[in-house]
Design a protein around this ligand. Structure first.
Ligand code: ATP
Ligand code: MEV
Ligand code: MG
Length: 385
């Protein structure tokens, strides 16, 4: 079987409210960024599968003939993930970047081509503008790219991403996220697939159509962390202290719902100072809840303290434990002349759209912390066949 060339990209995301609680069935609000991950897939006649992941210094190659026996379970009773772990020498519970990325790739590749008479040989390269493991959904953008490229080569189609195809891309990307994350909610891959701003609740994806233009700053603390470990740490805490932690999750749920309501009112009747007060208080409340869940970090505390000294309110975004924080700006806040910090929250769902407004960082505010990102918001998965 020979596959043609594919080039796809998918955006990262910022979570406004609801990270971690969303894993336990609560509401989250998330928005895509214009920092993207890109994938190029090329069919070859080399008899090999090669994957090149420059962001994480990983290059691996296998003979197709060595992978072929993994497709069917000849030993009986083992799952494809278990067979792949044994094949690639990856221990259960490993959080090594390269191992996780490679396992997710092999899983999606072998699942997709399981029905083919022979596995196709190919070379896949994935590179990203997103910092890896910093709370901006790099894992989901990676698995959405893999899923979109492999699906389009399984179906030998040049996608224009119909709703049905996006649903399929999202479903497979979720399987890849499971390998990297352990127990993902699905919010990150949904945003990487559909783009825009959306509400995510127990698997239900609702694009928000009436939202105001918000401006936020995004700060990378550059403190490394693993979403998988943070998510499992929160679960342990809930299991240990259910009567304490369940009300915290309920409260985060209420924060997300109140934020959604406030955004809708701001879009309908125009933004008032009181509504900004509300958004700021919600960020403070949620940041404290996230610290209670055990996913804060001194660098994030520093971000909150420094921005508060300028009258601005911040919270972590994504899994926390380091990574990135977001800071809400009011309309009158001045910003670095080269940056226009904006969080544009309209929802666009079709493919190939690169409409974006910018979301960037005012470095002058946060120069005690390593700050490196200058971002824009992009609104959908795009593809070029
Ligand atoms: N560009 C990339 N190339 C290869 N693998 C990647 C890439 N981006 C992410 N990954 C995989 O995803 C892992 C990071 O995922 P993780 O969920 O911990 O962080 P994140 O997705 O950036 O943050 P969050 O889940 O909080 O939004 C990496 O260790 C690697 O396995
Ligand atoms: C921490 C978390 O809630 C968001 C990570 O971006 C995990 C998830 O929802 O899968
Ligand atoms: Mg992730």
């Amino acid at each position: 079987m020979h596959v043609g060339e594919r080039f796809v990209s998918a955006p990262g995301k910022a979570i406004l409210h609801g990270e971690h609680a969303v894993v336990h069935g609560k509401v989250a609000l998330a928005v895509s960024l214009n920092l993207r991950t890109y994938l190029r897939l090329q069919g070859t006649a080399s008899g090999q599968i090669c994957i090149h992941l420059p962001n994480i210094d990983t290059f691996r190659a296998w003979d197709v003939a060595a992978l072929q026996p993994l497709v069917s379970d000849r030993k009986g009773g083992t799952s494809l993930v278990e067979r792949l772990r044994a094949f690639a020498g990856v221990a259960e519970g490993s959080t090594d970047s390269g191992n996780m990325a490679v396992l997710a790739f092999l899983y999606l590749y072998l699942s997709g081509f399981a029905g083919a008479q022979t596995l196709p040989s190919m070379s896949v390269r994935v590179w990203s503008e997103l910092p890896t493991g910093a709370g901006l959904g790099s894992s989901a953008a990676y698995t959405v790219c893999l899923s979109a490229a492999l699906l389009s080569s399984w179906h030998v189609l040049c996608f224009s991403w119909s709703e049905e195809e996006l649903t399929l891309i999202n479903k497979w990307a979720f399987q890849g996220e499971k390998i990297i994350h352990g127990n993902p909610s699905g919010v990150d891959n949904a945003v990487a697939t559909w783009g825009g701003i959306l509400r995510y609740h127990a698997g239900k994806i609702t694009p928000l159509s009436r939202v105001p233009l918000l401006r936020i700053l995004l700060t990378n603390t550059k403190v490394p962390r693993s979403t998988k470990l943070l998510v499992s740490g929160v679960k342990d805490k809930i299991n240990k202290f259910p009567s304490i932690m369940v009300p915290v999750l309920e409260s985060v749920d209420a924060v997300s719902r109140t934020c959604e309501l406030t955004l809708r009112e701001m879009a309908t009747a125009g933004a008032s100072a009181q509504q900004y007060d509300t958004l700021e208080e919600l960020m403070d409340i949620n940041q404290h809840h996230l610290s209670v869940m055990g996913v804060g970090h001194p660098a994030l505390d520093t971000l909150c303290r420094l921005t508060l000294a300028h009258g601005l309110h911040s919270k972590l975004t994504g899994a926390g434990g380091g990574g990135c924080g977001i800071t809400l700006l009011r309309p009158g806040n001045t910003t670095h002349p080269h940056h226009t910090p904006v969080l544009h929250t309209s929802s666009v769902r079709s493919a190939g759209i690169s409409e974006h407004t910018s979301l960037s960082l005012n470095a002058a505010l946060c120069d005690d912390i390593s700050i490196s990102l200058s971002l824009s918001l992009s609104l959908s998965l795009s593809t070029q066949c």
